[in-house]
Design a binder for this molecule. Sequence first.
Ligand SMILES: [Zn+2]
Length: 428
Amino acid sequence: MDDSAKTLVIRHGTLIDGSGQPPVANDALVMQGDRITSTGRLPAGLQLEDERAVQVIDASGHWIMPGLIDAHTHLSYGYPHLRGEGRGRGPTRPELSTLKAAASAQKVLRSGVTSICVPGGTWFTDVGVRDAIKLGVMEGPRVYCAGRMIITYGSIEDDEPSWVGTPDHGIGVLCNTADEMVTEVRRQCKHGVNFVKMADSRSGDVQTLARAEIGAVVEEAHRRNARVAIHSRGSASTRAAAEAGVDWIIHTDLATEADLDVVARAGMPIVPTMTFLAMVLEANGRYGQDVIQMDVGRMKRHFDRLIRVVEQARSRGIRILAGTDTGNNFFMPFGEYHAKELEIFVSYCGFTPLEAIVTATHGNAFAMGLPDDLGLLAQGKLADVIVLDRDPLADIRVLQGGRHLAWVIKDGKVVSTGAPASETLAFS
Ligand SMILES: [Zn+2]
């Protein structure tokens, strides 16, 4: 019997189950196939000494929690940059792009992030990587993804003059009418996306989508059982997205209290994605405006505003999801900052460490389309688990970069540790 068919048991350790309940000393977490079969006391009749049928991990002195979920990661934006590839968003060769995204996905998983939501990428690269992982072709996190984001003239990712248009290797696809958008939704659904990504106000000052256009996309996507997420930094764009009924809104930097009232009534979560802004601020101007698309002063204003938005959203009962924008630039490497959003929530937004952990586990399961199945360590749930050698409730930063991981388990199977082969690739 190979390891994958064995019952997996984690003995002892402190269990943080993802529900928000306080941590408890746990006797045994038992997994069979890809599901958790029990927590608490070791079930009578389980023969731990039967090494052919049971694999036992001793987690004494360790902390056990659900695998992390990053609700905002991009696998195929062209970072890290490959030697010989043109600069700009997205490698120009789809085959190479796919293999590189696959290597990046393995890094993500080995850092303790067992699921990622991918709002946008090149071609159908992420769909391919998602399915390769699902089929067992390769190891990787659970992936829930969109395709190229739907944009209009002057939107984010429409960087060429109109007579050039958006290149095939771009991460945006130009659709300037509702009809063109609906056609693109149909095309993307045919190719297997989980959701459609739209992009409205790039930096918050200009609205680039009409409410009726967002509504047309939502109607068509929902008809085909796909969901819709939108990039929106602005005030009017966030309100329009909420009124049009998108499934979640990414950024929301400049949303006013009146806008948040509309979001609260409409009932969708937001993914503030403060990590990217924080990384830009930490670099303090080193990258230049052509790299980050906004000057540092403006980034600082957006970051400060977003702290208020998160507080005001929570007070209205709007669910906050944790996403980082990992992979959207060269200073957002895979496997490093997926849990930095939790540190920011705790340091700036009034979250307790336990609330931050719930957000990035059971809360983020919403962005994976598995709100009832994922991010909880309880009987019947999917068996994605991490075991840490430090207490994340004492210092939320120990979740970053996989530096305190003892074990990563996805779908009830122990993930190989050590650096993936891609570590040795020549990225420039
Ligand atoms: Zn993004």
